[in-house]
Design a protein around this ligand. Structure first.
Ligand code: SF4
Length: 714
C-alpha cells in the first residue's frame, strides 16, 4: 500500500491481456506499480477496464513467481543454476551454432508470442529469417487468429479488420459468432451494451454452441451444433437471395465469384441447414433477415470460427454475408475479427509467423522475399516454408528440429495434444525459454531460462484489434536481471553471428535502443497496405494512439477500410469464398460420445502466470470444472461436484463436474486456464486434437470427442 504523502507517478500504457487493447494509467511509487486506472483518453476503452485489467497492479506485485536471473543446466538430469547473462547467452549461442553447422538452419526454431511488443517480434523474425536463414519462427498467435488472417486475405485481399470500435455506435445489427465477448473481450461487450441502451432498435444476434453470457443477452440466439458455422452462413445467404436482401449493384461493382457461390448455397435451404446445425429453420430465416435488412450490420467473431479445421472457410463464409449485402466500408458495418492477445496484430504486421514476412509480405512470393532481403541487407530470405506451431512441435518430437527457443508463451500448457508437445520438449537437445515467470509448465523443460522484462517494464508499440497502435514506455524497472525481449535477442544474435562466421551480425542488429527497431520496422511498411511511415514515437506520444494505415504526410489513420469499394486484390474486387460445410476433424462415436469445447473464463488469462496470483480473480471461478447438461449427468449417475475422468483419444484429465444451463445435450466445456499443477498434471489440452485448417494451419482447439466417467474413490 501507499503511505500518505508518498508521491505517485503516472504512466500511460495499455493492458497486456486481450486484443481490445484498453489504455491504462499505471501508478507507481517510483519503484513499484501500485495501481491501475482506465485511461479516459484512450480510444479503445475511454476509461473502462474489466476485472482483469483493473487488477494488473496486483498481478505484477507477486514477484515471487518472476524469473529474476538467467539459469542454465549442464545436462537434462541436472537442475538449473543461476548464471550470468554472458554465460547463459554464450551457452545458447554455442549450442545453436553447433546444431546449425551440423544439421542446417532448419534444425532450430523459435516459438514466440502475441504477448511480445511489435519491436520484440521484429527482431525475432529478422534473427530467424535474416541471420540464421530459417523460416521456423511461429507464434502462439497461430492458435488464436491465423484463420482470421487467411479469411481476410482470401476474400478482401489484405489482412486487416476493416471496421473500428466506434462502428459499434453506428451499427443497427450486431452479429456475434463464435465469441463469448462478455468474457473474452469484456470492454467491447460493454460498448455494445451501451450502444443497445442508447438505441433500443439495435439487434444482437449470437451464434454459439453454448448459451454463454453473451448469448444470454441476445435478441436472437442460434445454438448451432459444434463446427456447423459454414452451413449456417451459407443458409443465411440462401435466405438473403430468396428474400431479395442481396445488394446486387454492390456485388456487380465490387466483387467476383458470386455466381459460383450462388450455385453452392442453392442446396442450403433453411430446412437442410436446420438439420445440419440442430436449430429451427425460423431462426435461420430471422437471422438472415435482420442481418440483411439492417443496412449496418457489424459482425464480431473469434475462436469459435478461428480454432477450427475449417477456420478459413468459416471466416470466408461470414465475410460473404457482408459482401453480398454491401455492408462493409460503411459506418456501423463490416466483418470484425476480435484478436485474442494484446499484440497478436503487431506480430502479424512484422511477419512474425512461419509463412509471413514484414509488412504483410508473403514468404511464398519471390518478389517479397527479395524486397525483405534488400531491406535487411542480406543476400536472400530462405524459400523453404517454415513450420507452423503444430508442425514445429511435431518436428521437435521427431528430432527434425533439435533446438527450440520459446519466448513469453507456455506451449506445454497451451498447445493441443499436450502429451506429444511435452514429449517433444523432453526430447529436444536444447530448450531455451525467455520468460517473465518461472512457474509455467514449460519452465520445467527449459535447459536455459532467460528472465524477460514484462508489462510496465519495457518500451515499444502494440496494435490492438482495430489496427490502433499505442506507444508504451516503462513505468518501473524490471526486477532482478530481467531485460527487454528485443535486447536479449540482439545480444544473442551478435553472439550467434560470430559463431556462424557471419560478420554482418553487428550491422544487421545495430540498434542502440528500441526506437531504432521501430524506425526500421516502419521503413519496411513504406508503400505497403499497412504503411505507417507517417508515425513515430514522438507523434504517438503527442497525439496518442493511431490506427494504420498512416503513411507519410497523413494527419490521421483510417477508421474504416474499403469505403470506395476498392480492394487490394489483382482485380480490385473482393472475392467471395465458395465453401461447403465440412464436419469437424474428429467425430464422436459410442466410445467418445461427447463434444468437448474449450475456452476462456471471465477473470483468468491464458495459463494464469499473472491472473493466477490475484486472489480476487478466483471469486468468479475457484477451480476448473467440466460443465455438462443435466440429462448427460443424470445418465451417468453424476451429481454436481463429483470427480470425473474426461478422456479423449489422446489423453485424460481429472476434474469436478458441474451442471450448466449453458450446455446442450452431448456437449461439455472445460476452461483452458488450468494446467499441470492443478489437475493431475493435465490441462484441457491433454484432450484436444492437433488437427488443423489446411490453409491457416490453426488447430481445432474448439472441438474434440471425449467420454466422461465417474471416478469411484470408494
Ligand atoms: Fe484488458 Fe481486455 Fe479487459 Fe481491456 S477488455 S482491460 S484489454 S483484458
Amino acid at each position: 500500500g501507499i503511505k500518505s504523502g508518498e508521491v505517485i507517478v503516472q504512466f500511460k500504457s495499455t493492458c497486456c491481456y486481450c486484443g481490445v487493447g484498453c489504455g491504462v494509467i499505471i501508478e507507481t511509487d517510483g519503484q513499484r506499480v501500485v495501481g491501475v486506472k482506465g485511461d479516459l483518453d484512450h480510444p479503445a476503452n475511454f476509461g473502462r477496464l474489466c476485472t482483469k485489467g483493473a487488477t494488473l497492479h496486483l498481478a505484477v506485485a507477486q514477484n515471487d513467481t518472476r524469473a529474476l536471473f538467467p539459469e542454465v543446466r549442464e545436462g537434462k538430469l541436472q537442475i538449473r543454476e543461476t548464471a550470468s547473462w554472458d554465460r547463459a547467452l554464450d551457452a545458447a549461442a554455442d549450442k545453436f551454432a553447433a546444431i546449425i553447422k551440423e544439421h542446417g538452419p532448419d534444425a532450430v526454431a523459435f516459438y514466440i508470442s502475441g504477448q511480445l511488443l511489435t519491436e520484440d517480434y521484429y527482431v525475432f523474425n529478422k534473427l530467424a529469417k535474416g541471420l540464421i536463414g530459417t523460416n521456423n519462427v511461429d507464434t502462439n498467435s497461430r492458435l488464436c487468429m491465423s484463420s482470421a488472417v487467411t479469411g481476410y486475405k482470401s476474400t478482401l485481399g489484405m489482412d486487416a479488420p476493416p471496421a473500428s470500435y466506434e462502428d459499434i455506435d453506428h451499427a443497427k445489427c450486431i452479429f456475434i459468432a463464435g465469441s463469448n465477448t462478455a468474457f473474452a473481450h469484456p470492454v467491447i461487450f460493454r460498448r455494445i451494451e451501451d450502444a443497445r441502451a442508447k438505441n433500443p432498435d439495435l439487434r444482437l444476434i449470437v451464434v454459439d454452441p453454448r448459451k454463454t453470457d453473451t448469448a444470454q443477452s441476445a435478441d436472437l440466439f442460434l445454438p448451432i451444433l459444434p463446427g456447423t458455422d459454414v452451413a449456417l452462413f451459407n443458409g443465411m445467404l440462401h435466405v438473403m437471395l430468396w428474400e431479395g436482401l442481396c445488394d446486387m449493384a454492390y456485388i456487380r461493382a465490387h466483387t467476383e465469384g458470386f455466381d459460383e457461390l450462388k450455385e453452392t448455397v442453392r442446396e442450403y435451404t433453411p430446412q437442410a441447414v436446420a438439420q445440419m446445425c440442430g436449430i429451427e429453420p425460423e431462426s435461420i430465416i430471422q437471422a438472415a433477415k435482420w442481418f440483411g435488412e439492417s443496412g449496418a450490420t457489424l459482425s464480431f467473431y473469434c475462436q469459435g470460427l478461428n480454432q477450427s479445421s475449417h477456420g478459413t472457410d468459416k471466416n470466408g463464409a461470414l465475410i460473404n454475408l457482408h459482401l453480398a449485402t454491401g455492408q462493409i466500408g460503411k459506418p456501423g458495418a463490416g466483418p470484425f475479427s476480435l484478436t485474442g492477445q494484446a499484440n497478436a496484430m503487431g506480430g502479424r504486421e512484422v511477419g512474425g509467423m512461419a509463412n509471413l514476412l514484414s509488412a504483410h509480405r508473403s514468404l511464398d512470393n519471390p518478389v517479397h522475399r527479395q524486397e525483405m532481403a534488400n531491406l535487411w541487407g542480406v543476400d536472400s530470405v530462405p524459400e523453404n516454408p517454415g513450420k507452423s506451431a503444430v508442425e514445429l512441435f511435431e518436428a521437435l518430437h521427431k528430432g527434425e528440429i533439435k533446438a527450440v527457443w520459446i519466448a513469453c508463451t507456455n506451449p506445454a500448457h497451451s498447445m493441443p495434444n499436450q502429451t506429444l508437445v511435452r514429449e517433444a520438449l523432453e526430447r529436444a537437445e536444447l530448450v531455451v525459454l525467455q520468460e517473465a515467470y518461472r512457474n509455467t509448465d514449460t519452465a520445467a523443460y527449459a535447459d536455459i531460462l532467460l528472465p524477460a522484462a514484462s508489462w510496465s517494464e519495457k518500451e515499444g508499440t502494440v496494435t490492438n484489434s482495430e489496427r490502433c497502435i499505442t506507444h508504451v514506455i516503462p513505468a518501473v524497472n524490471a526486477p532482478g536481471d530481467a531485460r527487454p525481449d528485443w535486447e536479449i535477442m540482439v545480444d544473442f544474435a551478435r553472439r550467434l553471428g560470430q559463431r556462424l562466421g557471419k560478420v554482418d551480425a553487428e550491422t544487421l542488429f545495430p540498434y542502440q535502443n528500441v526506437e531504432e527497431v521501430f524506425n526500421e520496422h516502419r521503413e519496411t511498411t513504406r508503400g505497403r497496405d499497412l504503411d505507417i511511415t507517417g508515425l513515430s514515437y514522438a507523434l504517438l506520444d503527442q497525439k496518442g494512439p493511431q490506427q494504420w494505415p498512416f503513411p507519410e504526410g497523413a494527419t490521421q489513420g483510417k477508421v474504416r477500410l474499403y469505403e470506395e469499394g476498392v480492394f487490394p486484390t489483382a482485380s480490385g474486387h473482393a472475392r467471395f469464398a465458395n465453401a461447403q460445410y465440412l464436419q469437424t476433424a474428429e467425430q464422436t462415436d459410442a466410445r467418445y460420445p461427447l463434444h468437448l469445447n474449450t475456452g476462456r473464463l471471465r477473470d483468468q488469462w491464458h495459463s494464469m502466470s499473472r491472473t493466477g496470483s490475484v486472489a480476487r480473480l478466483f471469486n468468479h471461478a475457484q477451480e476448473p470444472v467440466v460443465s455438462m447438461h443435466a440429462d448427460d449427468m443424470h445418465r451417468r449417475g453424476l451429481k454436481d461436484g463429483d470427480i470425473v475422468r474426461v478422456k479423449s483419444r489422446r489423453g485424460e484429465l481429472v476434474i469436478r463436474v458441474q451442471t450448466s444451463i449453458e450446455m446442450r445435450v452431448s456437449q461439455v466445456f472445460i476452461p483452458m486456464h488450468w494446467g499441470g499443477q492443478f489437475m493431475n498434471g493435465a490441462g484441457s489440452n491433454a484432450l484436444t486434437t492437433s488437427s488443423f485448417d489446411p490453409v491457416s494451419k490453426q488447430p481445432e482447439l474448439k472441438h474434440a470427442a471425449v467420454q466422461v466417467e465417474k471416478l469411484d474413490y470408494g
